[in-house]
Design a protein. Structure first.
Lengths: 326, 341
């Protein structure tokens, strides 16, 4: 078995140093119409490059593009769809971050590719970039349905959109695609709807491996059900779940596991032993070839840049120590 | 809770009108705060301006005819950071994203949280000196302070929250000692993790309010209180101030199912919209609330603080609150009034 250190998603796009204000300034200039779309895109490319290089510098085996171009994980997808509008701000789960809520008016149709270009760009910088896609269940759950017709058809339509995204990402060379489904943890009664959506999303993935990540809640009650999903990797947030390590030790894990033991929403740096003690408990139960040590969630909307980098460095050094356990 | 108000010698009309806390800062004050941050203005110079604006808002509230006043929180940047800066045990983080292109500095608990000296008492005294109407003491609650801060020191959220509660209890005691009879605890985050309400949030509020003889108001905004209703009625406060106009939820239906057992400050105007509501709309909202609440339970206010509105919008909305409430008061039936006695 190998233990890899991985990013979970977003990464801070600005920092506190004067030279790290580029994205924020260009964003404001673009809003005021002082720079063109192309110029702003150029800045986003450059900031994305910096964010990828910074994760590589921290020593990560698997990185992301930091989602530098995303307004938020929901509207980034919804704004490219026909049949929906983008509404006001709403708190994103129980975090300090706000997203814009989609309002569904009619049938959802994808107008254009959403992630293809940004992933192609990022992969040109590092081969270890993993694209991250918000899952259909979470997109539907966080939308306001004003067209009627029930929740299930809405999830189905989002699932079609996301399966097209997955197909395109696979076509342009993604080897591992991460699907984020935080919303299922607080809505376990919807598991059947959710499961159907996951099945649809993976239909056209080809040989590409898919990771399903959940966070912002306790995954313990759903753990065994998550293991049965048609995905290759299950990613779990351990910060809400005191009983999760025991559940893994008890029920085992046939899939690859993303271990979100690094708190992506707190500035405190984890102690080596507190992480290694949990790994000692769960690693013997994992029967697959790979385990990823990663933050509990993306860092970009919850931590400052300086702390995010320290968190990743600390995680990499813990992962190195932990490899000796295997 | 009219008995408690009377015992505290608070003579308030039926359907008392009030506001949630913050008022807009004039441009010259925003400019002065920036200069102060750049060290181009002294703390004394800034304070002079803050006092001037605070006094203006007290006079405006009197003139408009509100019954329970606030100091306007002109001296605060952010409701959590303000208290974090004035308690021991906090540092402030680097820039963290809030939404879009907005970033803020989030407090970090790095050591034992302790209350050293009164934080808001001087401002309360300053504001109260200009009016004979009661001015509310305003304190950010322990759960929100915990939830909106990083925690590097305490082993878990419960301990951080309960320690903050002890510190804020000292502030509440100091406000009561200075003469504040109505104290508002702001807990916009309280529904963040509904399971924590019974695990420690109610206990924390008990710690904050215990043994303090005041009428306590608990302000909860950002909707979502329906997830903690009716359990939140166990919070040891006298009055809940709930954001309503931004909620998709039908409050009246909810209260039909589970009667509301405390007093309620009912947010009848939208503090996040530029449009000033008309009197009839606000009157209707108040009447709707009276379908499920007794007049003696009901207070009338906006749904949130006004710090993002202009001065004129704020005044417009306050005038509508007062005029609509007066109309409803005049038309309360003798039976409804009798019930109050």
């Amino acid at each position: 078995m190998e233990l890899l250190s991985a990013s979970t998603g977003s990464y801070p796009r600005i920092g506190d140093r004067p030279e790290q204000q580029q994205h924020r300034q260009a964003y404001a200039q673009h809003e005021r119409g002082e720079i063109s779309d192309e110029e702003f895109e150029g800045v986003q490319d450059e900031v994305t490059r910096g964010v990828i290089e910074e994760q590589v510098r921290a020593g990560l085996d698997v990185v992301t593009d930091g989602q530098v171009r995303w307004y938020d994980p929901i509207s980034h997808f919804a704004r490219k769809l026909e049949g929906c509008e983008i509404n006001g701000l709403l708190r994103f789960f129980d975090t300090n971050f706000y997203f814009r809520q989609p309002v569904i008016r009619s049938k959802l149709v994808r107008r254009e590719s959403i992630l293809k270009r940004e992933f192609t760009f990022a992969r040109g910088i590092s081969k270890s970039v993993k694209p991250v896609v918000t899952g259909p269940y979470t997109l539907a759950r966080l939308s306001i349905n004003r067209r009627g017709g029930g929740f299930q058809p809405l999830v189905d339509e989002f699932a079609s959109v996301i399966s097209q995204e997955v197909r395109e990402l696979a076509e342009v060379g993604a080897e591992l695609i991460q699907i984020d489904e935080p919303a299922i943890l607080k809505n376990p009664a919807d598991f059947q709807v959710f499961e159907k959506a996951v099945q649809k999303v993976v239909t056209e993935k080809g040989d590409t491996r898919v990771a399903l990540y959940t966070y912002f809640g306790d995954a313990t009650p759903l753990y065994q059900k998550l293991l049965k999903l048609p995905v290759d990797v299950i990613g779990l947030d351990f910060t809400y779940s005191p009983k999760l390590p025991d559940a893994i030790a008890r029920f085992g894990c046939e899939k690859e596991l993303g271990v979100g033991l690094i708190d992506g929403r707190n500035t405190r740096l984890e102690g080596e032993n507190e992480i290694i003690d949990v790994l000692k408990l769960i690693l013997p139960a994992v029967k697959s070839e790979r385990v990823y040590l990663n933050p509990s969630c993306g860092l970009g909307d919850y931590l400052s840049r300086e702390v995010a980098f320290k968190k990743l460095q600390n995680m990499v050094s813990i992962a190195e120590k932990a490899r000796k356990l295997i | 809770m009219r008995e408690k108000l009377e015992r505290l010698s608070l003579k308030l009309p039926l359907l008392p009108t009030t506001t949630v806390g913050s008022f807009p800062k004039p441009p010259y004050l925003i400019d002065a705060r920036r200069k102060f941050a750049d060290k181009k203005l002294t703390a004394e110079e800034l304070k002079k301006l803050e006092e001037r604006v605070t006094r203006e808002w007290i006079e405006l509230q009197e003139k408009i005819g509100l019954d329970v006043l606030v100091d306007g929180e002109i001296y605060r940047g952010d409701m959590v950071t303000y208290f974090a800066n004035n308690l021991d045990g906090f540092k402030i983080s680097g820039l963290v994203r809030s939404y879009g292109n907005r970033y803020y500095r989030k407090p970090i608990i790095t050591g034992e949280v302790k209350w050293q000296r009164p934080i808001t008492v001087d401002w309360w005294r300053f504001a109260q000196a200009f009016t004979s109407k009661p001015v509310k003491g305003m304190v950010t609650g322990p759960y929100t302070m915990m939830d909106w801060s990083f925690n590097e020191y305490y082993p878990n959220r419960r301990e951080a929250c309960l320690t903050l509660a002890k510190a804020l209890h000292e502030e509440v005691k100091a406000l009561a000692k200075a003469g504040a009879k109505i104290i508002q605890i702001d807990e916009p985050a309280i529904s963040a993790r509904p399971e924590e309400l019974s695990e420690f949030a109610i206990e924390a509020m008990q710690v904050v309010t215990k043994g303090v003889d005041a009428y306590f108001i608990n302000h909860i905004c950002y909707g979502a209180f329906e997830f903690i209703y009716p359990e939140m009625l166990k919070l040891p406060v006298d009055n809940f101030d709930l954001e309503m106009s931004n909620s998709e939820f039908d409050l009246v239906e909810l209260f039909r199912e589970h009667p509301f057992t405390k007093d309620l400050s009912f947010g009848v105007v939208d503090a996040h919209s530029h449009v000033v509501e008309n009197t009839e709309t606000v009157e209707q909202r108040i009447r709707r609330a009276l379908e499920v609440l007794k007049p003696e339970q009901l207070w009338i206010d906006p749904d949130c603080g006004f710090k993002t509105r202009t001065k004129d919008e704020t005044i417009g909305k306050l005038q509508v609150i007062v005029s609509a409430t007066k109309k409803v008061r005049e038309r309360l039936s003798p039976a409804e009034l009798k019930e109050v006695k």
